[in-house]
Design a protein around this ligand. Structure first.
Ligand code: UD2
Length: 307
């Protein structure tokens, strides 16, 4: 019987070691990238992060459908000053190549800036009352969205996004965000456990969520989906807000609290990662590869009607 020479054994072992090193470094690198973020909810809805979608492929699916995307934004009182940047950056990054209809709600129609819109994009200004309480302005958005969908948007758009005005777009926000009911994870709470979420905790409110319930803390600055699904959401939240008001209770974070209660019972079909709702004062974290939409730093005392 002939034995293999020791140096041949050494060469073979070396080759295996090298292959093993290449294999593990390649896969562990991929594994690290994949485990950075969770890309699916427990009820199997996608959570949209950079790297989880192919923008060209998704656009190729949605563009031939000739869709119109409504975008509502409130600019009441001094918040009208945020409109210019909001609209100019939306024209650069938001649903580019799609028909977009902006609905600007304001008590100061003459202060709405004139911004050049690309072809297929329109803007309507809708006058709404002002208020001397920011809580009321924020909370009444549900009612106004509900009634405007009934009167106008229903016949003009397929999807809708309701966004905060004191924000700017910084990068691509496209058809990967479309879905039946779409919510965004609030950037301040995506790393927290649910007992830390600022849900409404008083059982007397219709927005109440017990400490041992809850999926995510969703931001009130973005709600999206099919027009009819957002309509139902707005109507239910408005009704519950009014029911609370009748019992002299205002949820901790107004419509955001009602939104969180609604989404606990009616799970979103798509969840957007905090890439789609960041805050300029917050340092970028390693999970967030791209900031697409972010709230600007504002002096609350300066822009709100009350403190
Ligand atoms: C948070 C939420 C916001 C809302 C609020 C609770 C995020 C990042 N933001 O933001 O969506 O749920 O808490 O009520 O999730 N507005 C006016 N004029 C005013 C006041 C408000 O037009 O005088 C509108 C405007 O579109 C603004 C929005 O209401 O973007 C929300 O108000 P905010 O930005 O002052 O609320 P904020 O920053 O506490």
């Amino acid at each position: 019987m002939r034995f293999i020479k020791p140096y041949v054994l050494l060469v073979i072992a070396g080759i295996f070691l090298l292959l093993g090193y290449v294999y593990f470094s390649f896969f562990s690198e991929r594994l690290n990238r994949c485990t950075d973020v969770v890309a699916v909810t427990p009820w199997l809805a996608p959570i949209v992060w950079e790297g989880t979608f192919d923008a060209v492929l998704i656009d190729n699916i949605y563009k031939p459908m000739n869709l119109t995307v409504a975008t509502t934004v409130f600019a009441v009182g001094k918040y009208v000053r945020f409109l210019q940047d909001f609209l100019e950056t939306a024209e650069k990054h938001f649903m580019v190549g799609f028909h977009v209809r902006y609905y600007v709600f304001t008590d100061r129609p003459h202060d709405v800036p004139s911004v050049n819109l690309s072809q297929g994009r329109h803007l309507s200004v809708i006058q709404v009352p002002g208020s001397n309480r920011w809580q009321e302005i924020s909370a009444r958005r549900m009612e106004i969205i509900q009634t405007t969908i009934e009167r106008q948007i229903r016949g003009e758009a397929d999807y809708i996004f309701c966004l905060d005005v004191d924000s700017k777009f910084h990068a691509h926000w496209g058809s990967e965000s479309l879905g039946r009911l779409v919510a965004v994870i609030h950037p301040g709470y995506y790393e927290q456990t649910r007992d830390r979420f600022p849900y409404e905790r008083r059982p007397a409110s219709t927005a109440y969520i017990p400490m041992d319930e809850g999926d995510y803390y969703y931001g009130g600055a973005m709600i999206g989906g099919f027009v009819e699904d957002v309509y139902t959401l707005a109507k239910v939240c408005r009704t519950r807000f009014e029911e609370d008001a009748g019992n002299s209770i205002e949820a901790a974070w107004q419509e955001e609290s009602h939104l969180n209660r609604y989404l606990l019972d009616n799970k979103p079909s798509k969840v957007l990662s905090p890439e789609y709702l960041w805050q300029d004062f917050k340092a970028k974290t390693k999970e967030v590869k791209v900031i697409r939409f972010s709230g600007v730093i504002k002096n609350y005392a300066d822009v709100r009607p009350n403190v």
